[in-house]
Design a protein around this ligand. Structure first.
Ligand code: ADP
Ligand code: ZN
Length: 751
């Protein structure tokens, strides 16, 4: 069955049409603004909402943080009747209902977590028609009692959240979801909409089949998470590397994933000893402890959670700013899921992965104990894919997308260690690899990594001398290197399957690939030793999204958010997202009217939180004598006053060039700095001009030329460019023409 899907490109947020139009798009836009305070749709959101409005079944696949929930929530507000949302986890339901209520939307949950009295209240609200959204677990929805209730009501839709749970092919099959196949039969005429972040074709088709979706509209977003900055490193100092990352994220929330309960406890204890407040989470803790620790994290009483992979499912916390993998995960699927918990709010977030060949061996041991022979083969393949990813020199975003069958048209994402050139390769990896592998050969493939490194540095260790390995040709071949780095390279060679550790003592053997390396037929990837994480990250995405933000004020507002959240017993991000707080600390509104312009402030939040946040902002600005009611260029275009002219969102690659344009470097100079072709860099400049709404072209085009171009534009119009080019007798480049055209457009947009 071919799914006729609409795919998104990495395109800009869709501008809002004028909110007062009477069509459904206008209605949705108005609801988005009034309840959520959002001025634009995310890619494909509008299409997904339209399917709901039209009652056409749909299958929506967006990555985590892509904004799936709004796809059914906003239409649910517009449509008459009750929308029923199926969700697998009590914690997820509660958070979504909290978030809806905070926006002033009538929503409720029916599950085992509420008292009989609360349940009665919810039932009354359902019968009275007051409720817009009802969250249920599948078991509850499928009871006869529930059917009796719903059969007599006007239902606007069924929304199936985490729809991959219906498929045995997915990673989180829940048999209860299977029963949902009956919905289409029991409630003819009510559309069913499925939402998930899990994309494989086989799962997609299974969802459609299992739920019996009829001619569903399939909307498949790009799975690329452009706001995630991937950093992959060989593990060296373990805790030291983790500490360096934590240092970069003081006062920010994040997760540290460890392999075992033991590792979790040890890491959490070590962090606490160092004065960093961290709580553990793993299956060895009691359910009560787990809940407490999770809540403390959600309420931001503690910023760091150290966990096994047991943690995360059902965590909707939007402002996780970093995820650290202290060890290599078992598959790219697991890695994508776990690292994907960072940055749901769309702001930049870092995903650090520290790996070593020891991880590969631990996983293999575990797999041998746990998997059936059939399962083992695919598990080993998944593990090898993961290890290859760690050692690849391909852009992380591109490699991850490719694993999930998506081709990203990116040549430099500007947001991963490879593209940022954070981990340079050694100059001559073939020769270095050959030296190491031939030393393994010279010692007859009878020794482990530590011993081989001793021979390579030319150590006078007793064992080396007793074995007469000071006589072999590779003795002292890497005398200028240190042993730690050599062991590191050996580890890289193991991960890339040039060497393999065998038996109890991990004796190094040479694989077929290793022999090809010796013959010079294959070249390994070997990274330069470096105190890796201490290198300052360029982190351009970060600089951009913090631009103009008063950090002290941000911290004050963050504390206030915590208090407000505690007072109402909701997670902090339900009050405001990080991006709303940054917007506040950037614009620094002085009145409720200007507070209303902050992204994420709808009517209800304006009433509930406006006064307290405003008071804090005003007090801070007065004491620090800071300007207020600022309209930063990028935000200006998002304001409702110019709904037809949103700011162009720049690509991550272009953003990498922005600091150089800011410094006033020319296009050729910037091209050299970022290592890109001049023609590409002109494209980035165009993005810069559009994004920052630059009105003055004189930094790139001399005034006389600009005047000539302007005169030509007046004569033949601003588009297409060709007539302008000919009007100028083909003497002025398209690049320069484009810059002037865009600056002029910005001038008129700013009027
Ligand atoms: P998903 O369910 O796809 O993981 P969510 O629906 O939880 O994503 O959305 C992630 C975050 O993005 C939430 O904080 C949500 O409020 C926010 N969001 C969703 N749509 C928009 C939008 N159009 N503009 C701004 N923020 C949005
Ligand atoms: Zn990249």
């Amino acid at each position: 069955m071919a799914v006729n899907a609409t795919h998104s490109t990495q395109s800009d947020a869709r501008e809002l049409p004028s909110p007062d139009s009477s069509d459904t798009t206008g209605q949705l836009a108005a609801v988005l603004q009034q309840y959520w305070g959002y001025p634009s749709f995310r890619p494909l959101q509008l299409e997904a909402m339209q399917a709901v409005m039209q009652g056409q079944d749909s299958l929506v696949i967006f990555p985590t943080g892509g904004g799936k929930s709004l796809c059914f929530q906003a239409p649910a507000v517009c449509l008459p009747g009750l929308s029923v949302v199926v969700s697998p986890l009590i914690s997820l339901m509660k958070d979504q209902v909290d978030a809806l209520q905070a926006c002033g939307i009538s929503a409720a949950v029916l599950n085992s977590s509420i008292s009989a009295r609360e349940e009665q209240e919810v039932l009354n609200r359902i019968r009275s028609g007051d409720l817009k959204l009802l969250y249920l677990a599948p078991e509850r929805l499928l009871t006869e009692r529930m059917h009796e209730l719903l059969a007599n009501l006007k239902l606007s839709m069924f929304a199936i959240d985490e729809a991959h749970c219906v498929s045995e092919w997915g990673h989180d099959f829940r048999p209860e979801y299977r029963g949902l196949s009956i919905l289409k039969k029991k409630y003819p005429g009510v559309a069913v909409h499925a939402y998930t972040a899990t994309a494989p074709e086989i799962v997609r088709q299974d969802i459609i089949r299992q739920l019996g979706l009829v001619n569903p509209k399939a909307l498949i977003g790009s799975m690329n998470r452009a706001n995630l900055i991937y950093q992959v490193r060989q593990r060296e100092s373990g805790l030291g590397q983790i500490l360096e990352v934590l240092e970069r994220h003081r006062h920010e929330s994040g997760i540290v994933y460890c392999l075992s309960k033991k590792n979790v406890d040890a890491t959490a204890a070590a962090l606490n000893e160092l004065g960093l407040k961290a709580l553990p989470y793993h299956a060895g803790l009691s359910a009560e402890e787990r809940k407490q620790n999770q809540n403390a994290f959600l309420k931001e009483e503690v910023n760091i959670i150290v966990a096994t992979v047991a943690f995360g499912m059902g965590i909707d916390k939007s402002n996780v700013r970093f995820v650290i993998h202290a060890t290599m995960p078992k598959s790219l699927e697991a890695y994508q899921q776990e690292s994907g918990r960072a940055g749901r709010d769309g702001l930049e977030a870092e995903c650090w992965l520290f790996h070593s060949s020891a991880d590969l061996m631990s996983w293999k041991r575990l797999l041998e104990q746990s998997e059936s022979p059939d399962g083992r083969e695919s598990a080993i393949k998944a593990l090898n894919d993961m290890a290859n990813f760690c050692h690849s020199s391909q852009c992380r975003h591109v490699a991850l997308a490719a694993h999930f069958d998506e081709r990203l048209p990116i040549d430099n994402c500007g947001a991963c260690d490879v593209c940022l050139n954070e981990v340079p390769q050694v100059e001559n990896p073939l020769v270095l690899g050959q030296k190491i592998v031939s030393c393994v050969y010279r010692v007859d493939q009878r020794f482990g990594a530590d011993y081989v490194s001793q021979v390579l540095v030319g150590s006078n260790d007793k064992r080396v001398l007793a074995n007469r390995h000071d006589q072999v040709s590779t003795f002292g071949l890497l005398a200028s290197e240190n042993r730690r780095d050599i062991r590191n390279w050996i580890s890289q060679l193991i991960c890339q399957d040039f060497l393999t550790p065998v038996g109890e003592y991990n004796v190094l053997n040479i694989t077929d690939k290793g022999h090809q390396l010796l013959r010079g037929q294959l070249t390994p990837l070997l990274t330069k030793p470096a105190n890796t994480t201490s290198r300052k990250l360029s982190g351009t995405a970060k600089e951009v999204s913090w631009e103009g933000v008063d950090r002290d004020l941000f911290e004050k507002l963050r504390a206030l958010r915590g208090e407000e959240a505690n007072g109402r017993s909701v997670p902090a991000y339900v009050v405001f997202s990080d991006s709303s707080l940054r917007d506040m600390a950037r614009r620094r509104p002085s009145t409720l009217d200007s507070f209303r312009l902050i992204s994420g402030v709808g009517s209800q939040k304006l009433t509930d939180y406006g006064p307290a946040f405003l008071a804090s902002i005003n007090e801070h600005c007065q004491s620090q004598q800071l300007s207020q009611d600022n309209v930063p260029p990028a935000v200006q275009a998002n304001s409702l006053k110019s709904p037809n002219n949103p700011p162009a969102k720049a690509t991550a690659q272009a953003i990498a060039a922005f600091p150089f344009f800011d410094q006033g470097l020319s296009v050729p100079e910037t091209a050299t700095k970022i290592g890109r072709a001049e023609s590409t860099t002109w494209g980035y400049l165009q993005e810069y001009i559009r994004h920052h709404r630059v009105t003055d072209p004189s930094r790139w085009v001399d005034p006389a030329t600009a005047a000539q171009i302007q005169a030509a534009i007046q004569k033949v119009g601003p588009t297409p460019l060709k007539p302008i080019f000919f009007e100028l007798e083909e003497k002025i480049s398209y690049n320069q023409i484009r810059i002037v055209v865009d600056c002029l457009a910005n001038q008129s947009a700013n009027v």
